[in-house]
Design a protein around this ligand. Sequence first.
Ligand code: C2E
Ligand code: CA
Ligand code: CA
Ligand code: CA
Length: 276
Amino acid sequence: AKTAGKGGFSLYSPDAHERARQRVRRVADLREALENDRLELAWQPQVSLEDGRVTGLEALARWPRDDGQPISPAEFIPLAEQSGLILHLGRWVIDTAISEARTLLQTWPALQHARFALNLSPCQLDESLPAMLTERLARAGLPSDCLEVEITESALFTDQAGVTETLNAIGSAGIRLAVDDFGTGYSNIARLKLLPIHRLKLDRSFIADLEHDPGDRELVRALLAMARALDLDVIAEGVETRTQADFLARNGCPHAQGYLYARPQPLAPLKSWLRG
Ligand code: C2E
Ligand code: CA
Ligand code: CA
Ligand code: CA
């Protein structure tokens, strides 16, 4: 078999071949899971660092498998994006999140002012998205401002045609926009001000070492100051310890999300968590 040079890629290497075969199989499995409605959502609470109240819930896609070995969305979302399945998957997430949000609101009036967040892939940001979202919300009888869409910083600042128009239409509809994984991309402040953004989600990579890394503490302080200057809400992702939460609260970070408060979980356990 032919092999490429140092560190190169070879079409004929048995490894690459096997990996490709595995991906094809995975995509077929994912398509089947979608068609048979076997994906699930897990919800992770978002809390106020001021008073500890639940101010929002983020929907995260889950693919439970028969063999008990769940596949991470960090793996199957990119696979869905590359194979074109993401549009189908994305619509499923939107429908399911809105319908579960409705259920939660009906059984849990304390969530009345909470926001329900879902993640969008860049290729979902087409011109039909805003109308689709408002139609689904209206059908569920939910106000638009209870929905927040999360878009990663890198997806927000590509020059993909039409994205700005789509985001503006989402903003005009009253739906909120959060910048996911904030701080890892290259946004410039001028462009942040031009988009209808409500909140920045500080990436977990800045939070993980807060206790030990003075540089990270400085960086987080600077990002919080910038958000204040731009009049944007902030939520810190991946908060796992009380020390991290205390640091964030002391430095004026209004919201947090992470294992310290709760793991992402399906509707039933979420309800008992909310009750507790
Ligand atoms: P993300 O949107 O940045 O979501 C946060 C990830 O961090 C989630 O991983 C969540 O389970 C995890 N996490 C939350 N709190 C903590 C913590 O305290 N410590 C640690 N170590 N991790 C924490 P998950 O659920 O595996 O999702 C991974 C990524 O997959 C998401 O990152 C998002 O980019 C993507 N994803 C998940 N669901 C969807 C979806 O419905 N649509 C799209 N387009 N992407 C999705
Ligand atoms: Ca997210
Ligand atoms: Ca994130
Ligand atoms: Ca992330």
